[in-house]
Design a protein around this ligand. Structure first.
Ligand SMILES: Cc1ncc(COP(=O)(O)O)c(C=O)c1O
Length: 341
């Protein structure tokens, strides 16, 4: 039997309808600026986020790193929550590509407190790297998939602008936040200069992200993307999947959120400590993270140990109710094995 793969919402395969959209896409050479499907995707994303323009990138990492490069100069400092993706999981790219120092700030469930951000703006002094950018992550992945309160998003963007620096939102899972909070993407991103969104996570596309923002900045972003090797030729094949995802796979994220809740309830009934999920991620306390990951794998369930004592389990398009039931049963089984082994 195929394993239930809950390692991430990035593991989905295109559905039959998405494949059809990809096969019938009009194509051009996007590096030469004439792939009509990429242009349609970029227009659609910009419109949905209430911004001028968008840039299609191969990954969320590249979209974040282009943003950091556009907003900063070498030697600058940038502020973000200590669990944030560019600080933990982007291979020190901000140092490598932009020569900036990330200053991490502890938040609550991945959510920055604006007063803590404010406190990190030090008076001008040659000892201190000047802060040029404030970043937030919505939903906060390491924070358990927590969406920002919309007022906090506005406060963070406004605070950055009052300090005359830029604000970037890592919206890899922005649409999970949109569905969980019944707010619009444009409202959530309004106070930020640039936003990255991923098509290849809960939205189910195989590849791709977008950087969205003001036209002049996004045009400069095309140059940075090319310099990083991210110019893609007949990229309309991928953009068609992205258009399909934005048009068909947003509302259904609610199903992933409901299944994450079903899973957390089932695990709690089995005696596990699992945070009630806010969106599509369940973080479960276990005695031995890597050991539990391996034991679950032998029961046909794949998830990721995120520390010595916690597993992350993520629901998505390719997990149905039966997958949730199998997962709860596998957690039961490894508990019994541990008790008797
Ligand atoms: C919050 C967040 N930002 C950015 C990324 C980077 O996306 P990619 O894997 O497409 O580079 C991820 C990937 O998991 C993420 O969770």
């Amino acid at each position: 039997m195929k394993p239930v793969d809950l390692r991430s919402d990035t593991v989905t395969r295109p559905t039959a309808d998405m494949w059809l959209a990809m096969q019938s896409a009009d194509l051009g050479d996007d590096v030469l600026g004439d792939d009509p499907t990429v242009q349609r995707l970029e227009h659609l994303a910009a419109e949905m986020l209430g911004k001028d323009a968008a840039l299609f990138t191969p990954s969320g990492t590249m979209a974040n790193q282009i943003a950091i490069r556009l907003h900063t100069q070498p030697g600058d400092a940038i502020l973000m929550e200590s669990g944030a993706h560019p600080f933990n999981y982007e291979g020190a790219a901000a140092a490598m590509i932009s020569g900036v120092q990330i200053r991490p700030i502890a938040g609550t469930a991945g959510i920055l407190n604006p007063s803590d951000v404010e406190a990190n703006f030090r008076p001008p002094d040659p000892h201190f790297a000047p802060v040029r950018l404030v970043c937030a992550e919505d939903t906060a992945n390491r924070g358990g998939g927590t969406p920002y309160p919309i007022a906090t998003l506005h406060a963070l963007g406004n605070l950055a602008h009052a300090r005359q620096v830029s604000a970037h939102l890592d919206g890899a899972r922005l649409f999970n936040a949109v569905i969980a909070t019944a707010t619009s993407a444009a409202e959530r991103t309004q106070a930020f200069d640039t936003v990255s969104v991923c098509l290849s996570k809960g939205l189910g596309a195989p590849v791709g992200s977008l950087l969205v923002g003001p036209r002049d900045l996004i045009e400069r972003g095309r140059w940075v993307r090319k310099a990083l090797g991210g110019g893609m030729r007949q990229a309309g094949v991928l953009a068609a999947a992205g258009i399909y995802a934005l048009q068909h796979n947003i509302a259904r994220l609610d199903q992933d959120h409901q299944r994450a809740s079903m899973l957390a309830d089932g695990l709690a009934r089995a005696g596990y400590r699992a945070q009630p999920p806010k969106t599509n991620m369940v973080y479960v306390d276990v005695k031995d993270g890597p050991g539990a990951q391996q034991a679950l794998e032998s029961h046909g369930v794949r998830c990721l140990a995120v520390s010595a004592s916690a597993l992350r389990v993520v629901t998505h398009l390719d997990v149905d109710d039966n997958g949730i039931e199998r997962t709860i049963n596998a957690f039961h089984a490894i508990q019994t094995e541990q008790a008797t082994g």
